[in-house]
Design a binder for this molecule. Structure first.
Ligand code: BES
Ligand code: MN
Ligand code: ZN
Length: 490
């Protein structure tokens, strides 16, 4: 159950609350409203340093306790700091076993974080995302204490931003629920059912699902070859959002949806193999985007295409050395069955080019372990066919606190992916290194001359404990707010 986030004005009366939280930068002493008083010592000890928290019992006024939260130097203040601070507040309230709290954003703060809209949005996102906990697999879920959070801000613009932030935080949590679902609770068919459920509940979103027969008819040999070793059939999920008026353009987003990746015949080692339930995080991001589009809308026609499959070893599984024909006719020598993400994405890219013909397409995939080595858990790897698309994605990432780092993709790297036997091979020679670029280089010919970007989210989709708003272990919902911001700002 997500928290009930109420949005109010700082001029509204302050009702009784167990906790009143106030944010402040270094050197600032915010005014407490409605006669709330705390000991002088608490003010003395609170320096406003980044991540500093000072809890004090209130001696007067409608709040039982006050939490002062530091934001660091005023010149470093941005939306991400507010997002993280809001997440810290709700986590503290939960740790104190409180059922409600108030979070106030003073007028000066709302202005200095870009705009009042941006401040309201970031604080609401932080509060919603920071209180996320995955409990679906518990026979007796531990009851959550914090039920209600009142977010108080100075203006109508702040409130509008907060409404938007609440919807985006909710979409992020929706994606995280999908990521965290164990593979036996979320098969490719169940992922397709989730997409259909989303479309059924929405006026503007439609969903079409292709099963194996439909995929055979289209010649989706690569996607079919990956699911061949599993008794679960694969699916291609196609979501469409249509705006009320004339669409400003057509955008397509493609998600890798491996509901489990054991590696196939090129079997993975046992350690951490359980984490490969997260190999559908690209798909979760795309579904989360449509959750947000349903709630908030946008001016573009947006397509979401998900290639959903398992990758398991079996008597019928694809073998190293097998050659498979893709949807666009290119033949591929499979030298490592664990490099399966690029295979399912290749057919999805062809599908989008043929069926949608978008202005541009962006794929998201937990594609390579190498990107975790290169960038860790805070930056997703970015490959783009144009500097314009690259810069637009980096800027959107900066605004939502989901950072992207451009990595190289050059023509000589595409040569690495040529096969002696077939047209292409699915891995490069180990002596080349640059495993993440090789993955992108394999995809590039399938994107053809369509403007295209590839996001490798293997490091950021889970394991990012440093970001307060992630709120614990498991999926981060990375990509949802990034894609929505990108679509809206275009
Ligand atoms: N899903 C994995 C990538 C991955 C590995 C994500 C670890 C997060 C953590 C992908 O399908 C894969 O297995 N990639 C291989 C490619 C290799 C065989 C060229 C990898 O990165 O090892
Ligand atoms: Mn793999
Ligand atoms: Zn994989």
């Amino acid at each position: 159950m997500p928290i009930d986030l109420r949005i109010a004005s700082t001029s509204a009366p302050v009702r009784r609350t167990p906790l009143y939280a106030v944010l402040a930068c270094e050197g600032e002493q915010p005014k407490l409203p409605a006669g709330i008083e705390i000991p002088a010592l608490a003010w003395k000890e609170f320096k406003g340093e980044r991540n500093q928290q000072r809890l004090a019992d209130a001696s007067a006024g409608p709040a039982a306790r006050v939490l002062l939260v530091g934001l660091g130097k005023p010149k470093d203040l941005d939306a991400e700091r507010l997002r993280r601070a809001a997440a810290q507040v709700v986590k503290k309230a939960e740790a104190l076993k409180l059922d409600a709290c108030v979070l106030e954003c003073p007028a000066a703060l709302a202005r200095s974080a870009g705009s009042p809209e941006a401040a309201g949005c970031a604080l609401a996102e932080g509060a919603v995302m920071g209180s996320y906990a995955y409990q679906k697999m518990k026979s007796k879920p531990t009851p959550r204490h914090l039920g209600r959070v009142e977010l108080r801000g100075p203006s109508a613009r702040f409130a509008r931003g907060a409404e938007r932030g609440r919807a985006l935080g909710t979409a992020n949590c929706f994606a995280r629920d999908l990521q965290n679902a164990p593979a036996n609770h979320l098969t490719p068919r169940m992922l397709a059912a989730e997409a259909q459920k989303l479309a059924r509940g929405s006026k503007r979103v439609q969903c079409k699902v292709l099963d194996e027969r439909g995929l055979e008819r289209l010649g989706a040999g690569l996607l079919l070859s990956v699911s061949q070793g599993s008794s679960e059939p694969c699916r291609l999920i196609h979501l469409t959002y249509r705006p009320a008026g004339r669409a400003r353009g057509t955008l397509a987003f493609i998600g890798k949806g491996l509901t489990f990746d054991a590696g196939g015949i090129s079997l993975k080692p046992a350690a951490k193999m359980d984490e490969m339930k997260f190999d559908m995080s690209g798909a979760a991001a795309v579904l989360g985007l449509f959750h947000a589009l349903d709630a908030l809308g946008c001016a573009h026609e947006v397509h979401g295409v998900i290639a959903a499959s398992e990758n398991l070893p079996d008597g019928r599984a694809t073998k190293p050395g097998d050659v498979i024909t893709s949807m666009n006719g290119t033949t591929v020598e499979i030298l490592n069955t664990d490099a399966e993400g690029r295979l399912v994405l290749a057919d999805a890219l062809t599908y989008v080019r043929k069926q949608v013909e978008p202005d541009l397409m962006v794929d998201l995939a937990t594609l390579t372990g190498a990107v975790v080595t290169a960038l860790g858990h805070e930056w997703s790897g970015l490959f783009a066919s144009s500097t314009r698309l690259r810069d637009a994605l980096v800027a959107a990432g900066e605004r939502v606190g989901e950072k992207l780092w451009p990595l190289p993709l050059e023509d000589f790297q595409k040569e690495w992916m040529k096969s002696q036997v077939a047209d292409l091979r699915n891995i490069n020679d180990p002596s080349h290194g640059a495993g993440s670029s090789a993955g992108a280089a394999f995809l590039a010919p399938f994107a053809g001359d369509t403007e295209w970007a590839h996001l490798d989210i293997a490091g950021t989709a889970w394991g990012s404990m440093n970001r307060d708003w992630v709120g614990g272990p498991g999926g981060s919902g990375v990509g949802v707010r990034l894609l929505f911001e990108f679509v809206q700002s275009r």
